[in-house]
Design a protein around this ligand. Structure first.
Ligand SMILES: Cc1cc2nc3c(=O)[nH]c(=O)nc-3n(C[C@H](O)[C@H](O)[C@H](O)COP(=O)(O)OP(=O)(O)OC[C@H]3O[C@@H](n4cnc5c(N)ncnc54)[C@H](O)[C@@H]3O)c2cc1C
Length: 497
């Protein structure tokens, strides 16, 4: 996967069959789907692959226990099916993880025990491990740092866990292997139109400023929370489809949850649930659900979201975490589809596909877990919209291999050289946020590693000292956004909705 090769191919192809805008989970899976069916496929990403919501998830490949409570059984069943496929097709990238819900009364034991048996049943025999009611002693053995006052036991169930950016990069490499061209730092700035039909895109190469006009039989808009902005390149007056909502996470040292089992907090003060999960040698705690009106490419957790997460963790963990314990924070924006006026937490996580009168195909909503299925649906619809030969989807059986090196490997010159040459890492942020996850695991350690990364990358990419200095300035500003904002004054606190 080399950027120079991808740029060269832009000019070679007279008419692409499928052009996909957006290099998140939805777009990358669509590129793999379209290319593996046999379509001449191009994917264009404005920044880095997975630079948007898809690198900021809770890292769960799951049916969604919360959606079970909301009786969205169809969504839970299809998500569990997708989980089965991912565990089978990408075993080096997705693994199962046990979760325990602590219970404090017999009623809770029955309620969560029965609910999680229902989860097992919806998985239709593909649950990695059956759910089980645990005694108080078994619960504390699984979660040794859990507060034990009033605890009567727990319910254990299992789900899938992954590293979201590693899977995106693996999918991008796989898509390229099936003949797709994928290009980062390539924003689509306009749609090409002929007789009111979308017939291609205008794209800018960020590194050179060169504009390319490309022809396509069909264009898929898979830009997540930016979906409405791209729809407005087609029709400036189209009403918005999306209701974005922010979710924040904090990362803590491993000793807050030293075992292999994750803790699921079943009810927060805003009626949601929270996860405290072992992840890459640290503990990931999230998430919130806050409706937002501004869509930022780099969303920052609100101070009161951090307070909310710390306060809920303090109710369950023996040692209450404080801001001083936090290694990193991050936030993402859910591309939820508008369906009414209620809180964003009540909006469905299902997806929708629209085809505009000019033929632009937009996919919005959904979850990481269902990205393969969403891609299958959108490419099938795009084939009709673009009048392409009908070719069958092949992704349900496609094996996905881990890209090398792995996200947790030490960040040294060899690491930087490899990720620059094989996965199109172009900036210090690309390396420390999405090839290594160091910025997300420990923001201060990422800052310390940045000069080495800048120097190695400059050597591989042929950049000068001024480029290195600018990269370091940009990265330092980004690190500040990954450290927790000071506690919110009570009168300005923003409740999670
Ligand atoms: C806090 C949080 C936690 C979550 N946790 C989970 C979870 O544990 N499990 C799960 O299944 N799901 C989870 N989700 C949902 C999941 O992360 C999202 O549904 C999914 O990542 C959305 O992917 P996407 O490709 O649609 O959007 P994105 O990842 O945002 O990708 C869209 C891409 O389009 C690019 N783009 C925008 N405009 C242009 C343009 N003009 N030209 C070129 N490119 C452009 C953007 O740069 C971006 O990279 C979570 C979501 C959030 C917010």
């Amino acid at each position: 996967m080399k950027r120079a090769d991808a740029i060269a191919r832009l000019g070679e192809e007279k008419i692409w069959e499928v052009v996909i805008i957006g290099g998140g989970a939805t777009g990358i899976y669509a590129a793999l789907d379209a290319a593996s069916r046999g379509y001449r496929t191009l994917l264009l990403e404005r920044g880095d692959f997975a630079g948007g919501t898809s690198s900021r998830s809770t890292k769960l490949i799951h049916g969604g226990v919360r959606y079970l409570r909301q009786a969205q059984l169809g969504l839970v069943r299809s998500s569990l099916h997708e989980r089965t496929l991912l565990l089978r097709n990408a075993p080096s990238l997705v693994h199962s993880r046990n979760f325990v819900v602590p219970v404090y009364s017999l009623w809770e034991k029955i309620y969560y025990g029965a609910g999680l048996k229902g989860y097992d049943l919806l998985a239709r025999g593909h649950q990695p491990e059956s759910s089980r009611v645990l005694s108080r002693e078994e619960t504390l053995a699984a979660l040794p740092t859990l507060q034990s006052d009033r605890l009567t036991g727990g319910v254990r169930y299992s789900d899938g866990q992954f590293d979201d950016t590693a899977l995106i990069l693996a999918l991008a490499v796989a898509a390229t292997g099936h003949g797709a061209t994928v290009l980062n730092y390539a924003p689509v700035t306009a749609l090409r139109k002929t007789n009111h039909r979308v017939t291609g895109v205008i794209v800018r190469d960020v590194e050179t400023g060169t504009m390319h006009e490309l022809r396509a039989r069909v264009v898929i808009n898979a830009t997540g929370v930016f979906g409405d902005a791209v729809r407005r390149l087609d029709d400036a007056h189209v009403p918005s489809l999306l209701a974005p909502s922010q979710g924040a996470h904090i990362v803590l040292p491993r000793d807050f949850l030293p075992g292999d089992t994750a803790l699921m907090i079943p009810k927060t003060s805003d009626g949601r649930l929270l996860f405290v999960i072992p992840w890459q040698g640290r503990v990931l705690l999230g998430t919130t659900d806050t409706a937002v009106s501004e869509i930022s490419p780099e969303p920052v957790p609100f101070a009161d979201e951090i307070d909310f997460l710390l306060e809920h963790a303090a109710l369950y963990l023996q040692r209450a975490p404080t801001r001083a314990d936090v290694l990193s924070v991050f936030a993402g924006l859910r591309p939820l589809v508008k369906t009414g006026t209620g809180p964003t937490s009540a909006l469905s996580r299902d997806h929708v596909i629209t085809v505009s009168p000019s033929g632009l195909v937009t996919i919005a909503g959904g979850k990481w877990t269902t990205a393969r299925k969403m891609a299958e649906a959108v490419v099938t619809q795009a084939a009709t919209a673009g009048d392409l030969l009908k070719l069958p989807c092949r992704t349900s059986g496609l094996a996905i291999a881990h890209p090398l090196p792995a996200a947790g490997d030490p960040v040294d010159d060899a690491f930087v050289t490899t990720v620059a040459k094989t996965t199109m890492a172009r900036t210090v942020e690309d390396v420390l946020s999405r090839r290594s996850r160091l910025l997300y695991l420990d923001a201060r350690a990422a800052l310390a590693a940045a000069p080495l990364v800048a120097a190695s990358l400059a050597r591989v990419l042929g950049r000068d000292a001024a480029w290195q200095a600018a990269q370091l300035d940009t990265f330092r500003a980004l690190v500040r956004q990954h450290l927790p904002a000071p506690s919110a004054p009570a009168e300005t606190a923003r409740g999670s909705s």
